[in-house]
Design a protein around this ligand. Structure first.
Ligand code: DC
Length: 226
C-alpha cells in the first residue's frame, strides 16, 4: 500500500490547466505532468516529416520511428525530447497545436502514449493535466478536476500569452483555432474530452489566477489530496 496521490486535471485548451497545475504541483511537492506536451511531440514529428496529421494509417506507420522522452530539468520544469532532440520550445509553435490535436484522435497514437503516462503516476504523486486523464489514463485518481472557461476568455488569455512571447496573433484567429480544437478534442471517437462523472467542475471564466489556484487547492484538500 503506498500513499501516492494522483490529481487528474482535464479540460479544453487554454483553460489555464498547465499554469495552475504546475504551480500547485510545486506547492504540494507533486510531479507535474503536462500530457499535451507529449501529444505535441508526436505532432511535431508528423509536421516535420510533412505527413498529413489526419491520415491515421500514415501516422500509425510512423510511430515506430518516434522516440518520445519526458525529463525534468534542473529548474524542475518538464522537457520533451523527440528522438534525442530537445523540442520543449519547438512544440509550442502555433502550427503544432492543430497537428497535436489531429494526431491525438488516432487510437494508435493514444495507445502508444498510454503506458508512458501511467508509469509516471505509478512512481510519484502527480498532478497530470490533459483531456482524458480522469476518464482513461488514471480512472482511479484520488482527485479529478474538470477545468474550463468560455472560449472567449480562453482566447483572451492565449492572446496575452502570445503577446508576451513576442508572437502576437489576432484575437479572431486565436478564437477560431480554439473553437476548432475544442471541436476536434470533444468529437473524436477515442478518449474524447469529457468530464469524468466523479470530477469536480471548475469554471474559471470569472476568476483570476489566484482565485483559480485557491479554488483548485480547496478541491484537492477536500478530496484528501494534500
Ligand atoms: O494541452 P495542449 O493544448 O498542449 O494539448 C495539445 C493537444 O493534445 C490537444 O489539442 C489534444 C491533445 N491531447 C489529448 O488528446 N489528450 C491529452 N491527455 C492531452 C492532450
Amino acid at each position: 500500500m503506498n500513499n501516492l496521490v494522483r490529481v487528474a486535471v482535464d479540460g479544453p485548451s487554454g483553460a489555464g490547466k498547465s499554469t495552475l497545475a504546475r504551480s500547485l504541483a510545486e506547492k504540494l511537492g507533486y510531479l507535474y505532468v503536462d500530457t499535451g506536451a507529449i501529444y505535441r511531440t508526436i505532432g511535431c514529428y508528423v509536421f516535420r516529416r510533412g505527413l498529413d496529421p489526419k491520415d491515421g494509417e500514415a501516422v500509425a506507420a510512423a510511430l515506430p520511428d518516434i522516440r518520445v522522452e519526458l525529463a525534468y530539468g534542473e529548474d524542475g520544469l518538464q522537457r520533451m525530447r523527440l528522438n534525442g532532440e530537445d523540442v520543449t520550445e519547438a512544440i509550442r509553435l502555433p502550427e503544432i497545436s492543430l497537428y497535436a490535436s489531429a494526431v491525438s484522435a488516432h487510437p494508435a497514437v493514444r495507445a502508444f502514449l498510454l503506458d508512458m503516462q501511467r508509469d509516471l503516476a505509478r512512481r510519484n504523486s502527480v498532478i497530470m493535466d490533459g483531456r482524458d486523464i480522469g476518464t482513461v489514463v488514471l480512472p482511479d485518481a484520488e482527485v479529478k478536476i474538470f477545468l474550463t472557461a468560455s472560449p472567449e476568455a480562453r482566447a483572451r488569455r492565449r492572446c496575452r500569452e502570445l503577446e508576451l512571447r513576442g508572437t502576437p496573433e489576432p484575437f479572431e484567429q486565436v478564437l477560431k483555432e480554439i473553437e476548432e480544437r475544442d471541436w476536434n478534442d470533444t468529437h473524436r471517437a477515442v478518449a474524447p474530452l469529457r468530464q469524468a462523472e466523479d470530477a469536480v467542475l471548475l469554471d474559471t471564466t470569472a476568476l483570476n489566477f489566484e482565485e483559480s489556484q485557491a479554488a483548485l487547492l480547496r478541491i484537492i484538500r477536500e478530496r484528501g489530496g494534500a
